[in-house]
Design a binder for this molecule. Structure first.
Ligand SMILES: Nc1nc2c(ncn2[C@@H]2O[C@H](COP(=O)(O)OP(=O)(O)OP(=O)(O)O)[C@@H](O)[C@H]2O)c(=O)[nH]1
Ligand SMILES: [Mg+2]
Length: 246
């Protein structure tokens, strides 16, 4: 049985994931107990076919890599992560990591290795892009600044003192996720804000883990359009939470 089900949500990623996925599979094989699943989120047919070929090719060398999950239409990053987590079999932990390798495979392994074994109420671990001594975080200034504004909005509106709710590497105890899954409605880029608040409200503790991060070219988050949607989602999460999470 695999202990961790790690999803890589992908929208038009066959060009960027080629460098990262082999490294990830190598690290996860060395770590042990992890199954890796690429979820293809309704990209065009040629893109989906390219991704499928890439994964099938790697599966010959890495038994930890599951077949690609192809979604018939684009659900958004959160939708893809949750669709993958629904296939977790009996894994005790659910995780996701961005496809572009901004967070290296070695950093993924470092965070997954921190999961508490055998604790009665295990914590969720959220990677966090904190610039601090001993860590390396390379991000474009405009993304860093927008990230700080967003984190402040999340902290103030939702009363959660989080530094970085949007980092693309998270690990959640499966039992904690299953308790809150029915209330999760956000499927876009703000899904991890809702996930975070719902976990905290249900009594699951979350630890932010500073990681190394390297900005990669070809990012798909469109700063103005997506930031506006993400801010609107935070507002709606706040309203639903105040109403007792209908
Ligand atoms: N499922 C799904 N995933 C998406 C979508 N858009 C982006 N992603 C995935 O979300 C992850 C993060 O997207 P990126 O394009 O790396 O985002 P970015 O613009 O680089 O932003 P940062 O990485 O946070 O700096 C990647 O794994 C993408 O494939 C989408 O519409 N659906
Ligand atoms: Mg990125």
């Amino acid at each position: 049985m695999h202990s961790v089900h790690l999803v890589v949500p992908c929208y038009r990623e066959s060009a960027r994931i080629g460098g990262f996925l082999p490294d990830l599979c190598r690290e996860m094989t060395a770590l042990g107990g992890v199954q890796v699943q690429v979820v293809e989120d309704g990209s065009a047919p040629e893109e989906a076919a390219a991704m499928q070929a890439l994964v099938e090719n790697l599966r010959a060398s890495f038994p930890c890599l599951l077949p690609v999950k192809l979604l018939p239409k684009n659900l958004g990053k959160g939708g893809a992560v949750y669709a993958g987590w629904a296939d977790a079999d009996r894994a005790h932990w659910l995780a996701f990591v961005d496809a572009d390798g901004s967070c290296s495979a070695a950093e993924v392994a470092r965070l997954l290795a921190m999961r508490a074994l055998g604790e009665a109420t295990p914590k969720a671990l959220f990677a966090s892009r904190v610039k601090m001594l001993g860590r390396r975080v390379d991000r474009l200034l405009k993304r860093h600044l927008l990230g700080r504004v967003y984190a402040t909005l999340v902290s103030e509106l939702l009363c959660v003192p989080v530094y970085d709710s949007q980092c693309g590497l998270k690990l959640v105890p499966r039992a904690a996720y299953e308790k809150i899954a029915p209330r999760l409605k956000v499927m876009g880029f703000a899904f991890d804000v809702e996930l975070m608040v719902a976990l905290l409200d249900s009594g699951c503790q979350i630890e932010e883990v500073p990681i190394d991060w390297q900005e990669m070219p070809g990012g798909k988050v469109r700063l103005l359009r997506d930031s506006w949607r993400m801010a609107r989602d935070v507002w709606q999460i706040r309203a639903r939470r105040a109403a007792g999470w209908p």
